[in-house]
Ligand binder design. Structure first.
Ligand code: FAD
Ligand code: GLY
Length: 377
């Protein structure tokens, strides 16, 4: 087996595969190394919301990154189906960010004013208008913000499609291979040591989500990544009961998927890295979801699942080069928005590695690896 590459990417989640796709398309000889299989962790657990405007509430580099990434999806979905035959199930019917009390309505109305700067189509709907739009909603809502451009995709299919698209440009995807350490020569990365031998390369990208800090520690770089577990469940109904995504707060949303499933998420369990689904987590979600849409009680049960979100200290992902070791890069820590941010992450990392003149250095600097709690030893 040929073990000599330009770039080795570690991690077969949404970010590793997006980066592999962009670099392979630019002509780099790429290998992606995944310890288990493609999309086995957070990237298949996600609800797939492209919630730039529902989840992010203030302007800044992360919000701008999210808007740019969100705008890439219409073209990307067509490009990926042409290259791979995989439909990422991009749906763009918008999202309703619900205010469940008069107090919350004041907050959400402020958000409408802020968000309209970026999208004049965003509107406030009062209780009557919102129930006309989504008749299955319980009447106990004070109103909400309609975000026509916060769509969603099927995250596991997007990850799979990125991987296949990368392969179509010559990238190698190697599963069941775990990277255990890096190989350096005179301060420059020269490869990685895996449980199945050595891979030689000039550049390495660590895209291992919640596991990135562990791998980087041996390089003396102390990244702050808190694993935040999220549990979800899904139901099916004979006929669709909701049309748009219903987003109540960061702990309850209902996402109507193209296959008829409604994904309902998600708990937030700090500092937890197990894949156990708990009755208490699911009970809380059922309670919240049925308060919003009572018909969920009558729906057919589908499945439960869980995943680990990689949360950084300031909520910004790490995207950049190691401060002292050349050729070693990280793209991890995308917390609640890794699916949304995956197209722009792939593009930025590919531009960074190829020293492209198109790279937005100013934007990228907000995501550099050394910025708050970490130290370089
Ligand atoms: P991961 O998907 O975790 O991939 C990392 C990969 O690295 C894994 O496959 C792992 O096996 C591999 N790996 C680790 N160590 C090694 C090693 N040493 N060698 C080789 N391979 C290794 N985001 C959104 O944008 N929209 C949403 O609606 C949304 N909903 C979510 C709901 C839930 C319940 C959860 C948990 C997350 C949600 N997210 C959402 C967040 C999103 O899922 C993550 O931000 C994103 O998937 C992170 O992707 P990643 O590629 O960085 O990491
Ligand atoms: N972005 C949804 C979640 O992380 O649960």
């Amino acid at each position: 087996m040929d073990n000599l590459f330009d770039v080795a990417i570690i991690g077969g989640g949404i970010n590793g595969t997006s980066i592999a796709y962009q670099l392979a398309k630019m002509g780099k000889k790429v290998v992606l190394l995944e310890k288990n299989h493609i999309a086995c962790e957070a990237s298949s657990a996600a609800a797939g919301m492209l919630a730039a405007q529902a989840e992010l509430e203030q302007d800044g580099p992360l919000f701008q990154l999210a808007l740019q990434s969100q705008s890439m999806f219409p073209t990307l979905s067509v490009e990926l189906i042409e290259l791979t035959g995989i439909d990422i199930e991009y749906v763009n019917k918008g999202m309703l960010k619900i205010a469940e009390s008069e107090e919350l309505a004041l907050e959400v109305k402020k958000q409408v004013t802020f968000q309209q700067k970026w999208d004049p189509m965003i509107t406030w709907l009062d209780s009557k208008e919102i129930c006309e739009m989504e008749p299955a909603l319980s009447g106990n809502v004070a109103g909400g913000m309609f975000l026509p451009n916060d769509g969603h995709v099927q995250p596991a299919k997007l990850t799979e499609a990125f991987a296949k698209a990368a392969e179509s440009f010559g990238a190698e995807i190697r599963e069941q291979i775990e990277v255990v350490s890096f190989i350096f020569e005179k301060g420059h990365v020269k490869g990685v040591q895996t449980n199945k031998g050595v891979i030689h390369c000039e550049q390495v990208v660590v895209a291992t989500g919640a596991w990135a800090a562990k791998l980087m520690r041996e390089t003396g770089l102390d990244l702050y990544i808190n694993p935040v577990k999220g549990e979800c469940f899904s139901v099916k109904t004979e006929a669709p009961i909701i049309n748009t995504t219903i987003f109540s707060d960061k702990r309850c949303y209902l996402v109507p998927k193209r296959n008829g499933e409604i994904y309902i998420g998600a708990t937030m369990v700090e500092n937890r890295i197990d894949n156990k689904v708990t009755p208490e987590g699911i009970r809380t979600l059922i309670e919240r979801a049925t308060q919003l849409v009572p018909q969920i009680k009558e729906a057919a049960w589908e499945r439960v699942w869980t995943g680990i979100r990689p949360q950084t200290g300031d909520g910004f992902p790490y995207i950049g080069e190691h401060p002292s070791l050349r050729g070693l890069y990280v793209a991890a820590g995308h917390f609640r928005n890794g699916i949304l941010l995956s197209p722009i992450t792939g593009k930025l990392v590919a531009e960074l590695l190829t020293r492209s003149s198109l790279l937005d250095q100013k934007l990228l600097s907000a995501f550099r690896l050394v910025r708050h709690k970490q130290t370089v030893g």
